[in-house]
Write a protein that binds this ligand. Structure first.
Ligand code: HEC
Length: 424
């Protein structure tokens, strides 16, 4: 009994401690230039190393409360549509709580208002001649990045758009001169450097007032895809370039695990295949794209540039490469089936492939689409028949060489029948 009450004491003590941690934080309010409350402003508290932040919204009275376990000198930033960004320093070292007021400056100049619009609002400047053209443009351009943000809406002469659109269409393997000319026209007309004045609605939804956004910035990462949680340690795992990022959402720290070269050269398998290294990736070997947690407790990663599947064991920190082989380019997205095999797509070479971690071997599925077969025989008088299969290639080559088809071969000569040329 005594022992039990002792235990209660410990639990209550822990609860009180937790409450005092939760009570710490920042209270404040946000007002506009006329001292009227500003609802829906984003208030972000940023740790000194800028790798971690917490955000809440101001309520209908312009008030906000941000619970935090962060300490020390921190940056507090306020943002609201049609207002200039504001920031101040708060010190949570001594009192563990603080008050902050933001008096936001309303934007008035047309240029500032235009620059404050979202990229998607700026996208509306593009005047498509038809719905089909809009759809084509969205497929051609928006699959990689936004059009309308600061970098992609520069006012520039037609020569700039000509060179840029040609390069961009090249990334997706398109060289249609008509499309190129149309897009150059569209873009150079839309982004003329003049301010774009439209009213963009920004309603404050009730859910926003209860929301808290926590962000962990991955040090040095550029485009990290598809985070996965490791059920064994509760950490987030992401990959980018030649590194695995492991984020601990309790300690709020990210560990960067560099991936060894494992014999993969800079630029991955692109130089060996006589292909240019994709833009911005010449310092990378693996160009890791996405990952999936496997049934064996390892992560399986599509190494897009290196053309391999890489496994990573979070316990031993060991990496292992599985070659994809063939002309396979850009392993992209991977999923496990019920038998524990990893199926993945290859974006550039347009394949579906599989590895079985149990055997370690790659398996490339046969396509059901037609595959060209060419036989060049200067003396030939028998055209190729239709409806061939892969098993027909061996018998055809043997018979072209004048050799008998062994009975174990089930295929048939791909040339059209001539009396007695093919044994049934
Ligand atoms: C395959 C991915 C991909 C597609 C599709 C794509 N882009 Fe890009 N875009 C990039 C990359 C990567 C960059 C940065 C490197 C560069 O400028 O080449 C970029 C940069 C840009 C830039 C900024 C260039 C500069 O001067 O800084 C513009 C503008 C742009 N793209 C427009 C477009 C348009 C218009 C389309 C459709 C025709 C398009 N993009 C399609 C990947 C893509």
């Amino acid at each position: 009994m005594v022992r039990q009450s002792c235990q209660w004491g410990v639990v209550v003590g822990a609860l009180l401690a937790a409450q005092s941690i939760l009570a710490a934080g920042i209270d404040g309010h946000v007002v506009d230039g006329d001292d009227a409350p500003l609802a829906g402003a984003l208030i972000t508290l940023i740790r000194a190393d800028a790798l971690y932040s917490e955000t809440v919204y101001s309520d209908n009275k312009g008030r906000f409360h941000l619970d935090t376990a962060l300490e020390g000198k921190l940056t507090l930033r306020a943002r609201a549509p049609r207002f200039a960004d504001a920031q101040q320093t708060v010190d949570l070292k001594t009192k563990r709580s603080a008050n902050a007021t933001f008096a936001m400056r309303r934007l008035t100049s047309p240029n500032e208002l235009s620059d404050g619009l979202t990229g998607s609002a700026q996208f509306k400047r593009l005047k498509f001649k038809s719905e089909t053209q809009r759809e084509d443009f969205q497929n051609d351009c928006l699959s990689c990045h936004q059009i309308g943000n600061e970098r992609t809406r520069k006012a520039a002469p037609k020569e700039y758009w000509q060179a840029t659109v040609e390069r961009m269409l090249g990334y997706v393997g398109s060289n249609n001169p008509e499309t190129l000319a149309e897009y150059v026209e569209l873009l150079s007309k839309a982004f003329d450097g003049k301010p774009y004045i439209v009213e963009q609605s920004t309603d404050v939804a009730p859910e926003m007032l209860r929301a808290k956004i926590t962000e962990w910035k991955l040090p040095g990462a550029l485009i990290a895809h598809d985070g996965e949680v490791n059920p064994k340690d509760g950490r987030f795992y992401l990959v980018d370039g030649d590194a695995v990022f492991i984020t601990d959402p309790v300690a709020n720290r990210t560990e960067t695990v560099p991936v060894p070269a494992m014999g993969v050269p800079l630029g991955g398998n692109f130089p060996a295949m006589g292909l240019p290294i994709p833009i911005g990736m010449n310092q990378s070997r693996h160009g890791m794209h996405s990952l999936q947690y496997g049934p064996d407790g390892r992560f399986y990663i599509t190494s897009a540039l290196g053309g391999t599947i890489t496994s990573f064991d979070p316990a031993s920190r060991e990496f292992k490469d599985y070659s994809v082989g063939g002309g396979a380019l850009w392993p992209h997205t991977l999923r496990f089936d019920r038998k524990g095999r990893a199926w993945y797509t290859l974006a550039v070479s347009n394949h579906v492939s599989m590895i079985d971690p149990a055997t370690g071997g790659p398996h490339t599925a046969h396509t059901t689409s037609p595959v060209p077969f060419l036989a060049i025989d200067p003396d030939g008088d028998r055209p190729l028949r239709s409806g061939g299969a892969l098993c027909d290639v061996g018998p055809t080559v043997l018979q072209l060489l004048g050799l008998e088809r062994p009975s174990e071969m089930t295929g048939m000569d791909l040339r059209e029948r001539k009396a007695a040329a093919v044994r049934a």
